[in-house]
Design a protein around this ligand. Structure first.
Ligand code: CA
Ligand code: CA
Ligand code: CA
Length: 416
């Protein structure tokens, strides 16, 4: 058994591969088309350049450069750094029964998927570089012991099963388009897993209805605007059926497809097209009123935008949560309503106390997106898994997260 040591391992230099989301649709290329090498000490400058690139390229965003503030090196360090130096574009975590959990990551630059087992506060690699083909973008849990990996560059999905003896290849299917994100729910409740696929580029979400085992029907498409990345499952109208929600990157709109049953969906626009640049969208009950809400990580605009669920047929309530510099690249919601918001080099926790947003920070790497919350070690506290997609591997913070995180003021000054 090999134990992963806990000290942080920071590469002295990293290759930052520019996720296509930072470029306007007309100029998007394949994953390898835009990259540059930056020494670690230039990380902040790199982050600044990445953040202002949409404005420089003519995208909607703030007019002129956004001032980068000093980021203090006192944020709470991660407990584990996995696959250091890799570029995980996606990942997930799932309880594996007993006291253990599994973490899976799509290591885009290594053409591999990484798998780790967490037991108590120990992380054991199962296979940190299982070869899957050209450019995997995301991975989803299908069953507690099976994962689906979207290999965008190869136009396929692999079903993999990690175990004590390593990782087994279970099945493989072709996809209707190069796939950026995938989910693996049973959307029609027939007892078989279905697949929800989001394209690397395009304006449609595909649903592949399961026919048992790893066979799937021809895709059913849901209309979107370009580019409908990172769809999420949420029972927005609380009728017991999982609905689909996502933000369209190119237009800033947010679509909710309410699941009507019998493989029918009804579109409800939660946000019309606007100049926002939403990357990840998190879901959870932010105001603790019993209804799930959504929060958009806005890459520019100096905010994350909350969409409060006011009930069936009623418009959402909007609240913007300020950002310290240019915006956020990822968003999640903790069980107690606290927001986790990824920013370059850190994840901020935002909690409303006495009507005012308070912030704390945890260390992360470059382009921390996506982030997920899961109680990995089954101690009742949510843990944070950060996929540092621009080349800094996977960071794991064990909870309690709010107590562990370091308080900050958005001005950059320490709280009094
Ligand atoms: Ca099904
Ligand atoms: Ca529903
Ligand atoms: Ca709510």
């Amino acid at each position: 058994m090999i134990l992963v040591s806990s000290p942080r391992q920071r590469p002295g230099a990293c290759q930052i591969k520019q996720d296509s989301g930072l470029l306007p649709a007309g100029r998007r290329g394949r994953c390898n088309d835009y990259f540059f090498v930056v020494p670690g000490s230039w990380r902040l400058l790199t982050a600044f350049l990445l953040a202002v690139s949409p404005a420089l390229a003519g995208c909607a965003g703030p007019a002129g450069p956004v001032p980068a503030q000093q980021v203090k090196a006192r944020k709470a360090p991660a407990d584990f750094e996995l696959a250091p130096g890799s570029a995980p574009w996606g990942g997930c975590a799932v309880s594996a029964g007993g006291a253990s959990s599994l973490i899976a990551a799509a290591l885009h630059d290594r053409n591999a998927a990484g798998f780790w087992e967490v037991e108590a506060d120990t992380v054991r690699p199962i296979n940190e570089a299982f070869e899957v083909g050209y450019h995997p973008d995301s991975v989803a849990a299908c069953d507690p012991d099976t994962f689906a990996v979207a290999v965008e560059g190869a136009g396929k999905i692999l079903f993999l099963r990690p175990g004590r003896a390593g990782v087994s290849r279970i099945a493989e299917i072709k996809t209707p388009f190069p796939t950026r994100d995938l989910l693996c729910p049973d959307l029609d409740g027939d007892g078989t897993r279905d697949l929800v696929l989001a394209p690397y580029s395009g304006a449609k979400i595909a649903i592949l209805w399961g026919e048992g085992g790893y066979a799937f029907a021809q895709p059913q498409f849901l209309e979107a605007a370009p580019t409908p990345w990172h769809p999420r499952l949420v029972d927005w109208n609380q009728d017991g059926l999982s609905d689909l929600i996502w933000a369209d990157w190119d237009t800033g709109s947010v679509r909710l497809y309410e699941n009507q049953g019998d493989r029918r969906f009804e579109l409800r626009m939660l946000q019309p097209p606007n100049p926002l640049k939403p990357r990840q969208l998190g879901v959870g009950d932010i105001d603790l009123d019993g209804r799930p809400d959504a929060v958009m990580a806005l890459e520019v605009g100096k905010a994350a935008r909350i969409l409060y669920n006011r009930g069936e047929g009623r418009p959402v309530g909007i609240e913007d949560v300020p950002a310290p510099t240019w915006g956020y690249v990822s968003a999640e919601v903790m069980r107690d309503g606290t927001l986790a918001l990824g920013e370059e080099g850190r994840v901020l926790l935002a909690r409303k106390i006495d009507g005012k947003w308070r912030f704390r920070e945890l260390a992360a790497g470059s382009l921390p997106s996506p982030i997920i919350l899961s109680d990995l070690n089954h101690d009742g506290n949510e843990d944070l898994i950060v996929f540092n997609s621009a080349g800094d591997g996977v960071s794991v913070h064990f909870g309690p997260l709010w107590e562990k995180a370091v308080p900050i003021e958005l001005s950059g000054k320490d709280p009094q």
